[in-house]
Design a protein around this ligand. Structure first.
Ligand code: MG
Length: 282
């Protein structure tokens, strides 16, 4: 694939917390809802226009408590007006339908994995029945899905779900690479993912996320090739081998530098909503 000269605005998503990193790994990771709101505001002011949200218990353990999600959404709406709020329905914070019990709080978006794969120490299980239920809840509450493609088959599966109206909204597909035992960081596969999305879902937008030391590489590839990208401490807690990230905002700034390198403007929240076709909820 030749280098594109696509200078469209790049949407930066910040995944602030996730389910895995702890204060022991990096004391700067936001855990409490108040810390999360503060960290999101800094990242928003730095240029992120989507926030990907997980919640935790105060001791740092994983949670899927809908009340916490609601508090987080209210705080972000107040302090980051216009920012696109995305809840995670990922499988590390709960099991079965518990993963979607916060959807009635109507975030703008929610992540959705449409197939199963391996994670570092377990199977990431997404049964057809669960996917159908999460999809129907997203339609019910007018939530735009972000498809997490851990595998090529997930892109095909997503296109089928949109085709048969089991998912609605403009498709937004995120390629996830670098998770141990799932798809590694591979340039040829990355380019094939892009081609496949364009072939199966011509109206789709795409973005990508890499984990750990691969975050920067995936940021670079997505920005270079005209897509959108994700950063944040959920995926990576370091800015270099020997230095921990001081904040989510710092990672957003580093991503913006890559945008400058490839002459991609950074999308503000209005542009991001327009690109993804997500109106402000009133
Ligand atoms: Mg997540």
């Amino acid at each position: 694939m030749s280098k594109t000269i696509n200078k469209n605005p790049c949407i930066i998503c910040v995944a602030i917390t996730g389910s895995v990193p702890t204060k022991e790994n990096n004391p700067n990771i936001p855990i409490s809802v108040n810390e999360q709101i503060e960290s999101t505001q800094e990242a928003f002011e730095a240029g992120a226009s989507i926030v990907h949200c997980h919640v935790r218990n105060d001791d740092g353990s994983v949670s899927s408590d809908p009340i916490k999600f609601k508090k987080l959404k209210d705080g972000i709406t107040k302090f980051c007006p216009g920012m696109i709020i995305q809840f995670s329905t990922g499988g590390r914070s709960g099991s079965g339908r518990e993963r979607g019990y916060m959807l009635p709080h109507c975030p703008d978006m929610a992540s959705l994995t449409v197939g199963s794969n391996n994670f570092p120490n377990r199977v990431y299980e997404n049964s057809p029945e669960l996917i159908d239920w999460l999809s129907s809840e997203m339609i019910r509450y007018k939530i735009v899905p972000e498809i997490e493609a851990f595998d090529l088959s997930h892109i095909f599966q997503a296109s089928q779900l949109f085709k048969y109206n089991k998912l609605k909204g403009k498709p937004y597909i995120q390629f996830v690479m670098g998770v141990k035992n799932a798809m590694p960081v591979d340039r040829q596969v990355f380019e094939f993912y892009i081609e496949t999305v364009k072939r199966l879902m011509p109206s789709a937008n795409w973005c990508a996320a890499g984990t750990g030391k691969y975050q920067k590489i995936i940021n670079e590839w997505s920005i270079e090739l005209g897509g959108h990208t994700r950063t944040g401490m959920e995926d990576n807690i370091r800015i270099s081998k020997h230095q921990l990230a001081s904040s989510n905002a710092e990672l957003v700034f580093l991503t913006k530098e890559i945008c400058s390198k490839y002459e991609r403007p950074v999308a503000n929240w209005k542009e991001a909503r327009q690109i993804l076709d997500i109106p402000l909820r009133t």
